[in-house]
Write a protein that binds this ligand. Structure first.
Ligand SMILES: [Zn+2]
Ligand SMILES: [Zn+2]
Length: 745
């Protein structure tokens, strides 16, 4: 054990420690520069002190000569150089060659542009082209940059529809880099997959066949993600050959105060205690919280525990910092002026604050990929400490009891479905606007796009193919983060700024009058939901309650697509329509979840089509549970706990999933549990549940069996989004049913 370890050893001696493990240091596996690497790139690397490559960088370089590549090595493993090498090589060798880099955020594009400038390969002219680029500079960048950094929205709305301005660029397009590819999943990913297909098509029209180089956090299905996003196969490069310092990993569970109610000591309090302890030992620490309010509280509590000189060396880190301000924080951290930074986890993308001693994640950030990225901030060069402090949420508590489920498995898969008609149709229209769509485009846009063309309004069939008969460019009408073109906009009353979009089917439950709305870690109170204008007007909110909508849900089976005998019952996947009516909401105290008020609402019902997985338990699996309301309560609790664990299998948020359980469903004539994709049309989440059903149910049995409560709590069967406000839940019944099913397998 190194001397550093001793500095935090006593902090980890508490009962709260649910699990302690370590990752050993690892030596680099290196490879010489490839023979074919151009002298310009080789010299630039040597000037930066890089005299050889990591094995995975050399492998990616070699693979990129033959086709598309996806690199999925760990945080800080030199992924950037892995995709930069083939690109820089091509640009240095051919002054006509062009490359396009896609980043999900402007901050990341700026970081990458800076890194490229520092590398200083002669002949490489990088330019950022995004919403912030002044109009008068755009023409110049189009003409001069041979490495263009942009984001999917700009590509979708600004570049592809105006391809006539980009003819030269598209004709010479050799490489498309898609960094942080795991971010492109779900609805957003399904849209981006279509944007990339439109890009491939236009490049082909201009005579180019660009290679795609993708980089992703570690996920279960990198090859599938690359294929889903680009429509083409890619070589997977995943052997991480970068050196690594040893890392201590601690899973930290706040003490249980009330086992029956599932109430634990505050995770924020535990985080501030740990942060203060680490800072007072001179260890540089970053702490990630789920909301800005939480981040500020952790900062304040930690400062209160320290003497004023040490407290002055802690700082919160907020959204909206300029690159200069971020550099300043980075410099202060590197030089040891700052010891502790608290941040919202929404900011994990785009933070580049160097090498720290410790990283604390307060609450599971939703995906293992995000957690690994947060932890990756600690101990790159010297022994680091990575901590997860659990919330009361079911998934967090599951990990505390089953650490291997978190630490060992690459369980999550990044899922998308570009062929969802609700997503696809807008891109078929956009493609037809860009150039007439005919049979030959099936090779790039996919057969599905041609099949949808007759159904897209304002497309006309002509001898040249399908053409756009509307007036303005259709791309602007297809937002990339929604499956409904008619989404509600959420507007900040004070600034007039649009904060986000809420799909109609979700707007009534998330931005109704009086709702507390969370956006990028900040809280807002909805002042008014204007149904006619499709607008929610919100204001910043500092109160200590949250809201939970009460709604009535029904489902109708439209078409089973896959039906299989699984776990002793008939398991179905298919299309359903979901009708929801929000009838009221509860105000609940942040401190203890107690109900402060119940308010009635009058909102119209909404119906949307989506995909669902559903099952009808066999009578012997329901033995002893037949009486009402036990039957309903058992099914309902089973539904909730299944939904809580589906994100283990498909990278998504429990807010992306809905459910319904009933003792008698009209279409099946029997007790039935539905778990459905919360986005119209579905993006593949429910189907993943169908494919992984056995493992999913087995994990859920472990969740229920392991929770220390007697009759159900927020860490097992209660759900923060239950439309029935968590009434009629029977933990024992759910455990019995799911165990019977598991035993049937
Ligand atoms: Zn429980
Ligand atoms: Zn419920």
């Amino acid at each position: 054990m190194s001397a550093t370890t001793a500095l935090w050893d006593d902090l980890l001696a508490d009962d709260e420690l649910a699990h302690l493990t370590g990752e050993p240091a690892r030596d680099a596996r290196t490879a010489p520069f490839p023979e074919s690497l151009s002298a310009a790139v080789r010299d630039a690397l040597l000037r930066r002190g890089i005299a050889e490559l990591y094995a995975h960088q050399a492998q990616a370089y070699a693979a990129a000569r033959d086709g598309n590549v996806i690199v999925t090595t760990g945080t800080a493993s030199g992924k950037t150089l892995a995709f930069n090498l083939p690109v820089l090589d091509a640009l240095a060798a051919d002054r006509h060659a062009r490359a396009l880099y896609l980043y999900p955020t402007k901050a990341l594009a700026q970081d990458q542009a800076r890194a490229l400038a520092e590398l200083g390969v002669p002949g490489v002219r990088a330019g950022i082209y995004d919403g912030d680029t002044p109009v008068q500079q755009r023409r110049e960048i189009r003409g001069s940059a041979n490495l263009l950094l942009t984001n999917p929205d700009m590509l979708h709305i600004g570049i592809l529809p105006r391809h006539d301005l980009w003819g030269d660029f598209l004709h010479n397009l050799r490489f498309v880099v898609v960094d942080e590819a795991h971010v492109y999943r779900g609805v957003f990913g399904s849209h981006v997959a279509n944007v990339l297909r439109r890009l491939r098509r236009l490049a082909r029209i201009y005579g180019a066949e660009p290679r795609f180089l993708l980089a992703s956090a570690t996920i279960a299905n990198p090859g599938e993600l690359a294929r889903g996003l680009t429509g083409e196969e890619a070589t997977v490069v995943e052997g991480d050959a970068a050196p690594r310092a040893a890392r201590t990993i601690a899973l930290w569970n706040p003490p249980l105060l009330d086992a029956e109610a599932g109430i634990r000591a505050s995770a924020l309090g535990e985080a501030s205690r740990l942060l203060a302890g680490l800072a007072s030992r001179g260890l540089r620490t970053i702490c990630f919280a789920k909301s800005r309010k939480s981040a500020e509280l952790i900062h304040r509590f930690a400062a209160d525990r320290l003497d004023s000189a040490t407290a002055a060396r802690l700082a919160p880190y907020r959204a909206g910092y300029t690159p200069q301000q971020r550099r300043e924080i980075e410099r202060r951290l590197v030089e040891g002026e700052l010891l502790g930074v608290t941040s919202t986890d929404a900011l994990e993308l785009g933070i580049d604050i160097g090498d720290l001693d410790a990283a604390i994640s307060v609450g599971f950030p939703g995906t293992v990929a995000s957690l690994r990225q947060q932890w990756g901030r600690a101990g790159r060069r010297s022994h680091g400490l990575a901590v997860l402090i659990a919330s009361e949420d079911a998934l967090d508590q599951f990990f505390m009891r089953e650490p291997q489920a978190l630490l060992d498995r690459h369980v999550e898969a990044a899922i998308l479905d570009h062929a969802n008609p609700r997503v696809l149709d807008g891109h078929v229209a956009a493609a037809a606007f860009e150039a007439p769509v005919d049979e030959s485009d099936a090779a790039t846009l996919g057969e599905e796009a041609l099949a949808r063309a007759p159904h897209v309004p304002e497309l006309q069939y002509t001898p040249r193919g399908w053409v756009w008969a509307g007036k303005e460019s259709p791309a602007a009408r297809t937002p990339l983060r929604s499956t409904s073109p008619d989404a509600f906009v959420v507007v900040d009353a004070a600034t007039g700024e649009t904060l986000g979009l809420a799909e109609r089917e979700r707007a009534y439950s998330t931005v109704h009058d009086g709702a507390v709305y969370l956006h990028l870690g900040r809280q807002y109170l909805v002042r008014e939901l204007d149904l006619a204008a499709m607008r929610a007007v919100v204001e910043p909110f500092d109160g200590d309650w949250y809201t939970q909508a009460k709604k009535e849900t029904t489902t109708a089976i439209e078409e089973p697509l896959r039906v299989e005998r699984r776990l002793g019952l008939e398991l179905s996947f298919g299309r359903v329509s979901v009708t929801e009516q929000v009838v009221g909401y509860q105000k609940k105290a942040v401190a203890d979840g107690s109900t402060l008020a119940t308010v009635a609402l009058q909102l119209p019902p909404t119906t949307f089509d989506t995909e669902a997985v559903w099952f009808v338990p066999r009578p012997h699996q329901l033995e002893g549970l037949e009486a009402m309301p036990l039957l309903l309560s058992s099914l309902h609790a089973a539904e909730h706990s299944l939904i809580a664990l589906l994100p283990l299998w498909a990278m998504c948020d429990r807010w992306d999933i809905g459910g319904l359980s009933t003792n008698l469903h009209l279409d099946t004539g029997a007790p039935t549990v539905f778990v459905y994709d919360g986005h119209a049309g579905g993006v593949g989440i429910a189907e993943r549940g169908f494919d992984q059903f056995e493992g999913w149910v087995a994990d859920t049995v472990r969740l229920l069996a392991g929770c220390p409560c007697e009759r159900g709590c927020p860490s097992c069967v209660q759900s923060p989004k239950c439309g029935n406000l968590n009434e009629f839940l029977d933990k024992g019944g759910a455990l019995k049913l799911l165990s019977q099913m598991s035993n049937s397998g």
